[in-house]
Design a protein around this ligand. Structure first.
Ligand SMILES: Nc1nc2c(c(=O)[nH]1)N[C@H]1C(S)=C(S)[C@@H](COP(=O)(O)O)O[C@H]1N2
Ligand SMILES: [Mo]
Length: 324
C-alpha cells in the first residue's frame, strides 16, 4: 500500500519518459507527413479546446498589446502543444487533462484576500480584471520534470494585486491556493495528496517585476487546463510554483509549506529557482526538452532571468540558492 501511494507522487520521473514517447510519436507522424490526420483522429492534438473559451465573459478584453520588454529568446511553442500537454493534478496525474479540465466552472469566480492585510476582501474575478492593467508577456516556462516551453501570457503584475491587498508591515509571505471541488476535479479524490494545491512566495518575490498574474494565453482568455481564470507565472522558478485556478491569497508571517514540499521536501523545495547545476535527486537539470522541437537544450541559471531576480537571493545561504 505504502509503496503504491509513494509511486503516485514520484510521477515526474515517469512523466519524463512518457513525454519522450509523446514527442517521439509526434516527430514520427510529422516525418510521415500525415501527422495532422492521425493526430486529430487519435485525440493527441485537440484544437477543439482552443474554442472552449468563447463563452468566457472576459473574452472582449483580448488581445492586449505585448510588452516588448519580455522576450522568449526562442520561437513560441505552438498553441495546440501548450494547451494539450499540461500538468494539473486536480484533473489527473498525467499530461492529457485538457478534456477533463473543461468541467471546471470558471464563473462566477471569486478570490479571497485575507491574513495580514489592512482589510480582508472577497473580489469577483471580473471586477479584479477591470481594475488591473493587462499586458502580454512572452515568458519561458521550465518544468522541474525537464521539459520547457515559450508562451505569450496575458495578465497583470502581481505587485499590483499586492498593492490592492494592502498587506500590513508584519506580512512576509504571499500564500496562494487553488479551488477545491472533488466533484469537478476527480484528482482531488486522491486523498493522499495535500489538497488544496498551495504555493507561496516571499513578498519581495511577489513584488518583483517578473512575477505575473496570468489571465490569458495566446491573446485569449486562459484555457481551463492552463489554470483559468487566474494563475501565476514566475518564470525563474520551476513550473510547480506556478499555481493554477487561484481562489485565495493569504498574507502571512510564516513561510507556507507548498503542495509538493509537503509530499516530498527533498525533491521540491520552497525556493525552487531554476538551476542547471543542481540535479533533481532522480535526474539532471542541466538540460531541458523544448516542447516545440523535442530537442534538448541547455538550462540557464534562473531560467535566463538572472538580471531580473539575482538580487532577491543575495542574502540566502549557498545551499538554499542551489537547492531551493
Ligand atoms: N493547481 C495546480 N497548479 C499547477 C499544477 C497542478 O498540478 N495543480 N502543476 C504545476 C506544474 S508542475 C507545472 S509545470 C505547470 C504547468 O502549466 P501548464 O499546464 O500550463 O504548462 O502548472 C503548475 N501549476
Ligand atoms: Mo512542472
Amino acid at each position: 500500500m505504502l509503496i503504491k501511494i509513494r509511486k503516485s507522487w514520484e510521477l515526474p520521473e515517469s512523466e519524463v519518459l512518457s513525454e519522450q514517447s509523446y514527442l517521439g510519436r509526434r516527430d514520427i507522424l510529422k516525418s510521415m507527413g500525415i501527422g495532422g490526420l492521425i493526430a486529430a483522429a487519435s485525440g493527441m492534438v485537440a484544437p477543439r479546446f482552443a474554442g472552449a473559451t468563447t463563452s468566457d465573459p472576459s473574452a472582449h478584453l483580448y488581445p492586449v498589446p505585448r510588452n516588448e520588454a519580455y522576450v522568449g529568446g526562442r520561437p513560441l511553442t505552438p498553441e495546440d502543444v501548450a494547451t494539450t500537454y499540461n500538468n494539473f493534478y486536480e484533473f489527473g496525474s498525467h499530461k492529457n487533462i485538457a478534456k477533463a479540465a473543461q468541467a471546471l466552472k470558471i464563473r462566477p469566480w471569486t478570490v479571497q484576500i485575507d491574513g495580514l492585510v489592512e482589510k480582508e476582501q472577497t473580489l469577483d474575478v471580473d471586477d479584479l480584471l477591470s481594475r488591473m492593467q493587462l499586458e502580454e508577456r512572452v515568458y519561458r516556462h521550465r518544468c522541474v520534470e525537464a521539459w520547457s516551453m515559450v508562451v505569450p501570457w496575458t495578465g497583470f503584475a502581481l505587485k499590483d494585486l499586492v498593492k490592492l491587498a494592502a498587506p500590513t508591515s508584519k506580512a512576509k509571505y504571499l500564500v496562494m491556493q487553488t479551488f477545491e471541488d472533488k466533484e469537478v476535479a476527480s484528482g482531488q479524490k486522491q486523498f493522499w495528496y495535500p489538497w488544496p494545491y498551495t504555493e507561496g512566495l516571499t513578498l519581495e518575490e511577489a513584488t518583483n517585476d517578473l512575477a505575473f498574474m496570468v489571465t490569458g494565453l495566446y491573446g485569449k482568455p486562459l484555457p481551463k487546463q492552463s489554470g483559468a481564470p487566474l494563475r501565476l507565472a514566475v518564470p525563474w522558478k520551476y513550473g510547480f510554483k506556478q499555481i493554477k485556478s487561484i481562489v485565495r491569497f493569504t498574507f502571512t508571517e510564516e513561510r507556507p509549506k507548498s503542495f509538493w514540499e509537503e509530499l516530498n521536501a527533498n525533491e521540491y523545495g520552497f525556493w525552487a529557482n531554476v538551476n542547471p547545476e543542481v540535479r533533481h535527486p532522480r535526474w539532471t537539470q542541466a538540460t531541458e526538452r523544448d516542447l516545440r522541437t523535442g530537442e534538448r537544450i541547455p538550462t540557464q541559471m534562473y531560467n535566463g532571468y538572472t538580471d531580473q531576480v539575482a538580487d532577491l537571493y543575495k542574502d540566502l545561504g549557498k545551499r538554499e540558492i542551489l537547492f531551493r
